[in-house]
Design a protein around this ligand. Structure first.
Ligand SMILES: [Zn+2]
Length: 367
């Protein structure tokens, strides 16, 4: 570190040498600067009024100079101070310039960097299975129907042969829209508990024959557990024509189950009850895990209950008789299945919530 030497010799040559040493030291120090803080330290060391290096030059060189050299030394010291101050200011500007360069460099857009990748999603497993089911029936000539999720009591219950206050209504815990006490019951709004109202809506629009599948979201006031959710999906089906029999129902559903689960799967039908079909049945498939031998999944019965179905109740046709559905002339069958239930079987998912939580760790397994 440079210190201001005492001068023994005040000859011009000695003064030149002393000045050269001082500038060499200053150049060396300014060249090493890298930050504003460095520069401030250097400025204080050289320019501080009290005991700065230039003040010391004044004190040590000029004040100690012999009388006859004072004038010359004074001029040299003034010039030297002016140059040193200019050098220190210039060094400051250089630091600013280089930090601005650094900032610009950091902000520069590097177009060779890879972009932000947004992975392409895949169809949700429930929708995928819903589409598979729909495709199976489309291949058999069915078209696809849709209807509103907010339904009237008339379409959700009454026209499907659930009379007001009928106990069958209690099997579907219903979520009603609030503040409708003054409306007649059949006009009250609710969240549809099944996709079946679209059967009536379709028959109101289309004269027989009809063959339609109705996929969609349904709502029930069920507490969430491993296999129940207040919102789930159904695929409903309806076929109406002259001479449709229970054989057609069995053949259609047996074919559909083989298309969904593989050709070795068997079906069987058990008597059941639904207000809108007569007779009604629950359909079971041979266990897709053990092939019918019996395992934990089928509770060792060899069979898994999969859907409800039946022949359309003549009382239902009465509601759309005006559009050609004379129960004396036409007959039909209907069926409905839960999409989540089939998805859980197909992919061995044990908790229904997994479908709705949006956890990518779960969903990406279906990618
Ligand atoms: Zn089994």
């Amino acid at each position: 570190m440079y210190t201001v030497p005492k001068l023994e010799d005040y000859s011009p040559a000695a003064l030149d040498k002393a000045a050269a040493d001082l500038f060499a030291a200053l150049d060396f120090e300014t060249a090493a600067l890298t930050s504003e803080a460095d520069w401030k330290a250097l400025r204080d060391r050289w320019l501080a009024r009290k005991n700065g290096l230039l003040t010391q030059v004044n004190d040590i060189w000029l004040k100690a100079a012999p009388k006859e050299a004072k004038r010359d030394v004074g001029q040299r010291v003034n010039e030297l101070k002016r140059l040193a101050e200019a050098g220190i200011v210039a060094a400051h500007e250089k630091i600013h310039a280089s930090s601005a360069d650094a900032k610009r460099a950091a902000e520069r857009l590097d177009i060779t960097l890879p972009g932000v990748q947004r992975p392409i999603g895949v169809k949700h497993p429930v929708l995928r299975v819903q589409d598979e089911i729909v495709a199976v029936f489309k291949a058999m000539g069915y078209s696809v129907g849709e209807g509103p999720e907010v339904e009237t009591d008339y379409y959700n219950f009454e026209s499907l042969n659930f009379p007001p206050n009928h106990p069958a209504r209690d099997t579907q815990d219903t979520i009603f829209i609030a503040d409708q006490e003054r409306k007649p019951t059949r006009d009250c709004l609710l969240l549809r508990t099944h996709t079946s109202p679209v059967q009536i809506r379709t028959m109101e629009k289309l004269a027989p024959p009809v063959r339609i599948v109705i996929p969609g979201k349904v709502h029930r006031n069920d507490p969430l557990d491993a296999t129940h959710s207040p919102v789930f999906h159904q695929v409903e089906g309806l076929a109406v024509d002259t001479n449709i029999t229970f054989c057609d129902l069995k053949g259609t559903l047996d074919h559909a189950m083989k298309a969904l689960f593989g050709s070795s799967v068997k079906t069987r039908f058990y008597p059941s009850f639904f207000p809108f079909t007569e007779p009604s049945a629950d359909m079971q498939v041979s266990c897709i895990f053990c092939g019918g031998k019996g395992c934990r999944k089928c509770k060792f019965s060899g069979w898994i209950e999969l859907l409800g179905c039946g022949m359309v109740d003549p009382n239902v046709f009465e509601f759309v008789k005006h559009n050609g559905y004379d129960p004396g002339r036409v007959s039909g069958f209907a069926f409905g299945m839960g999409v989540e239930r089939i998805t859980m079987l197909k992919y061995e998912v044990e908790e229904i919530q997994l479908f709705y939580e949006g956890d990518v760790r779960f969903l990406e397994q279906f990618a």
